[in-house]
Unconditional design. Structure first.
Length: 164
């Protein structure tokens, strides 16, 4: 089992503790006064995920977008493999732990969105090629699969699903 303390990155940021599927609390970076990302592409990815959360058309899309944002944020604080991420984010269907995590990820996303909005840092989303033809949920799934963290463990059906 992966351990929270031993998985911390050297640039670990304080933040919001959320209990994941392994029953440990993991720290998700809180919104910062000034976003500090090691590479510029991380900031672009972060803002893109924030906009995906805002653009969600229904609860399922919103939860999937919040999951993607949570995976991105935990990756800023911890060095985790795809297997580690799959184990941390895979809950029993209809369990109280799943419900609690969904509420925590919703609150985490809202905190980041409100922080950016208060600072006037929410630029208008740029339409991506083919975005109108592809549902938002599919774009988030493509991000999750393409980024790699949960590629192996990403379910294709509702049974045993991570968080949608």
């Amino acid at each position: 089992m992966v351990d929270e303390l031993s998985s911390r990155r050297s640039r670990f940021q304080p933040g919001i503790p959320i209990c994941l599927a392994n029953d440990q609390e993991w720290i998700f970076p809180a919104p910062a006064a000034d976003s500090e990302f090691a590479v510029e592409s991380a900031e672009a990815e972060y803002l893109g995920l924030i906009h995906v959360v805002q653009e969600a058309e229904d609860q399922s899309e919103r939860r999937l977008a919040e999951l993607a944002l949570a995976i991105f944020l935990i990756g800023l604080n911890y060095e985790l493999s795809s297997t580690d991420l799959a184990n941390l984010f895979t809950f029993q269907p209809r369990s109280q732990k799943l419900t609690n995590s969904q509420h925590a990820f919703e609150s985490l996303a809202r905190d980041h969105i409100l922080s950016l909005a208060r600072r006037g840092k929410l630029p208008l989303p740029a339409p991506s090629p083919g975005a109108k033809r592809r549902r938002l949920g599919r774009r988030v799934l493509a991000w999750l699969r393409g980024r790699g963290p949960m590629r192996k463990g990403l379910p294709s059906s509702r049974k045993g699903e991570a968080i949608s």
